[in-house]
Design a protein around this ligand. Structure first.
Ligand code: 16G
Ligand code: ZN
Length: 531
C-alpha cells in the first residue's frame, strides 16, 4: 500500500520545477534536468495503473529515443507490451503538473478513488533505461516513487525500448496459453535467435550488413544478440556493428543513427562502406531502423519504413500463397500520410493489398493493424512491426501442409511469428526480418529499391504563432482549421498536407509531386499558406 508520508517526502526530494508538462505521443520528453519530478510522478502512476489492473505488471522506460544526449524522457508500457492506454495519458499529465507535494498526495488519492482502485491490490512495475548519462539519476527518482507507492519493482538496467516491451508481455503472460517468452534479456535473444535460424533454414548465406547503432543502447544489445545468431560460415548474415560507443554518452545520436540518416538523407559521416554495400541505422533506443546504400553512380539511396513495410507485405503475401493459407490470412498495410504515395500505390496495385492511413504516432498505427489477420505497420521514419491476430497464429500453427513446398513456406511463416516483436516496432527484430526476406528473395539493395520509384517529396518545418490553431482531420491529410487554409492547399498541384507537430512547437508541411522542383515548389507554397 501507499505510504502518504513517504510519498510527500519523496516528492519534496524531486520538486516540481514550476513548469507545465504534457504526456505526448511518446510520453514525457525534455531536457533531462527538468525531468526528476516528472519521473517520480510517472512512477506513482505506474503503481496506480498496476493496482487498477489487479497487479498486472506495468513497464516504465526511461529514454529520449533519437533526441539529443542531454534530453531524456519517460513512458509507460501496458501489460501486453502496448503503449499506455490513451485515457491514462491525461492522468499522467495531471500528476506531473501538481504544484506542491501535498497537492500531489491529494491528487494521488483522488485518482485512486475516482478510478475505483483497490489500494490493497498488489502493484508491480519493471523498468529499464537507455544509455543516457541522466538515466541512473532518473531511475533513482522512479524507485523513490515505487517505494512510496508500495509497488514491487525490478530494475532491468540498460535495455532497448522494445526489449522492455517484450519483457512486460512475458511477465504478464507467464504460465498462460499465451506465454510470450522467458522473462529475461537472455530469453529475448534466445527467442529471436532461434526464430532467425528457423527462418533461414531453407536459405544459405545472404551477404552482409553494416549497422550504425547511433552510439546508443542498440549497439551492445545487437552485439549480444549476435552471439545467438548463426555465423556467416553457418549460413547466417555477416552483421558488422558500427557507432556502438556507449562509453561517451555525449555521442548518442550525434552525426549518426536512423533519425540523422532519414532527416539529412545521407549516411553518417563516419561510414566507410562502398557503393552497393548494405547499411542500416538504428535510433537511440533501437525501436527504429532504416536501410540505405550508395548506388554505382554514388547517389545516396534510402530504404525507409515504407520500403520495409512493402518488402514485408510482399513476402508475407508470398508465404501465405505458398503455404496454402492465403484465404485465412488477410494481409493489410497501415501507413501515415507521410508514406510516399508510390509505396501506397505499390501495395494497392501490385500487391493488391488494402492500405489504412492513420494519424502519426505508433499507437494509432498499431491499433489499426490489429484489424487484419496480418497487419504490417510502419511509419516512414522506420518505426513499425507486423502483427498476427490470434486466428492467424492458430492457422499458421495448425495448418497441415499438402506438399514439401507448402511445408517450407509454412515453416518460414511460423518462424516469422516468433522473430517479429508483436509488442512494438523493434529495430533488432526488424533488421533480422529484412535480412531473412532479402535472403529468401535473393535480393541485394538494388533489387529491393527497384520494386517501385519513390515520388519526389519535401518536408519542411514551419514556425507559427500558435500551432494549436492547426486542426487536422482525415488521418491528418486535411486541415479543418484555420478556416480557408485547406481550400488554398486544394488549389495547388500535387499531394501536400500540413499538421501541427506533436513533439515540437511547429507545423510540418509534407509535399509530394511528379518532379523534385514541383515538390519543393508545392512545399513552399503550402508553407506560405500556413505561415
Ligand atoms: C513520436 C512518435 C513517432 C512519430 C513522431 C512524430 C511514438 C512512440 N513516437 O516520436 O511515432 O513519428 O512522434 O513527431 O509514437 P511529430 O509529431 O513531431 O511530427
Ligand atoms: Zn526510438
Amino acid at each position: 500500500i501507499m505510504d502518504p508520508k513517504k510519498l510527500v517526502e519523496g516528492s519534496a526530494k524531486h520538486p516540481q520545477p514550476g513548469k507545465v508538462f504534457q504526456y505526448g505521443t511518446a510520453g514525457f520528453r525534455m531536457k533531462a534536468n527538468l525531468l526528476d519530478s516528472v519521473v517520480y510522478r510517472v512512477g506513482l502512476l505506474a503503481a496506480l495503473r498496476s493496482r487498477k489492473l489487479n497487479g498486472q505488471t506495468i513497464g516504465v522506460m526511461i529514454t529520449a529515443s533519437h533526441n539529443p544526449p542531454e534530453d531524456n524522457g519517460v513512458k509507460l508500457v501496458d501489460p501486453m507490451g502496448e503503449m499506455l492506454e490513451a485515457s491514462w495519458e491525461a492522468y499522467a499529465t495531471l500528476l506531473a503538473n501538481a504544484a506542491t507535494d501535498e497537492a500531489l498526495l491529494e491528487l494521488y488519492k483522488k485518482l485512486s478513488s475516482d478510478l475505483k482502485i483497490n489500494g490493497e491490490a498488489p502493484a508491480r512495475v519493471i523498468f529499464a533505461r537507455d544509455t543516457r548519462a541522466s538515466g541512473s539519476r532518473l531511475v533513482g527518482c522512479l524507485i523513490d516513487a515505487l517505494e512510496a507507492a508500495g509497488a514491487e519493482h525490478t530494475d532491468f538496467k540498460l535495455l532497448t525500448t522494445p526489449q522492455l516491451h517484450y519483457l512486460v508481455r512475458c511477465v504478464n503472460t507467464k504460465g498462460t496459453q499465451y506465454e510470450y517468452g522467458d522473462v529475461s534479456e537472455q530469453g529475448y535473444y534466445e527467442k529471436i535467435g532461434a526464430a532467425f535460424k528457423r527462418a533461414m533454414k531453407h536459405r544459405k548465406s545472404s551477404g552482409a550488413v553494416t549497422v550504425d547503432c547511433a552510439n546508443g543502447v542498440g549497439g551492445p544489445k545487437l552485439k549480444e544478440l549476435l552471439k545467438y545468431l548463426p555465423t556467416k560460415a553457418e549460413g547466417g548474415v555477416d552483421i558488422k556493428v558500427i557507432n556502438d560507443d556507449v562509453v561517451k554518452p555525449e555521442n548518442l545520436n550525434v552525426q549518426c543513427g536512423a533519425d540523422f540518416v532519414k532527416t539529412n538523407q545521407r549516411a553518417p559521416p563516419s561510414s566507410t562502406t562502398k557503393p552497393l554495400e548494405r547499411c542500416a541505422s538504428l535510433d537511440g533506443d533501437a525501436d527504429r531502423v532504416v536501410y540505405y546504400f550508395t548506388s554505382d553512380e554514388n547517389i545516396f539511396r534510402l530504404l525507409d519504413g515504407d520500403r520495409i513495410a512493402t518488402l514485408a507485405a510482399s513476402f508475407l503475401g508470398d508465404l501465405g500463397r505458398q503455404s496454402g493459407l492465403a484465404e485465412h490470412l488477410k494481409i493489410g498495410v497501415v501507413q501515415t500520410a507521410y508514406a510516399n504515395g508510390a509505396s501506397t500505390q505499390y501495395v494497392e496495385s501490385n500487391l493488391k493489398l488494402p492500405v489504412i492511413c492513420t494519424p502519426t504516432g505508433v499507437k494509432h498505427l498499431h491499433h489499426a493493424a490489429t484489424r487484419f489477420d496480418i497487419g504490417v505497420y510502419f511509419e516512414a521514419n522506420g518505426h513499425g512491426t507486423v502483427l498476427f491476430s490470434p486466428a492467424a497464429l492458430k492457422a499458421i500453427a495448425t495448418h497441415e501442409p499438402q506438399s514439401p513446398a507448402q511445408q517450407a513456406a509454412l515453416e518460414t511463416l511460423q518462424a516469422l511469428t516468433e522473430l517479429i516483436n508483436q509488442t512494438v516496432g523493434d529495430a533488432l527484430s526488424d533488421l533480422l526480418l529484412v535480412e531473412v526476406i532479402l535472403a529468401h528473395k535473393n535480393w541485394g539493395m538494388r533489387e529491393w529499391l527497384d520494386t517501385y520509384v519513390d515520388l519526389p517529396n519535401r518536408l519542411v518545418r514551419v514556425e507559427v504563432r500558435d500551432r494549436n490553431m492547426f486542426v487536422a482531420v482525415d488521418a491528418e491529410r486535411r486541415l479543418e482549421s484555420p478556416p480557408g487554409a485547406q481550400a488554398e492547399i486544394d488549389k495547388l498541384v500535387g499531394r501536400s498536407f500540413a499538421r501541427a507537430s506533436g513533439t515540437e512547437d511547429a507545423v510540418r508541411v509534407y509535399a509530394e509531386a511528379a518532379t523534385r522542383g514541383e515538390a519543393d515548389d508545392l512545399a513552399g507554397k503550402v508553407a506560405n499558406v500556413v505561415r
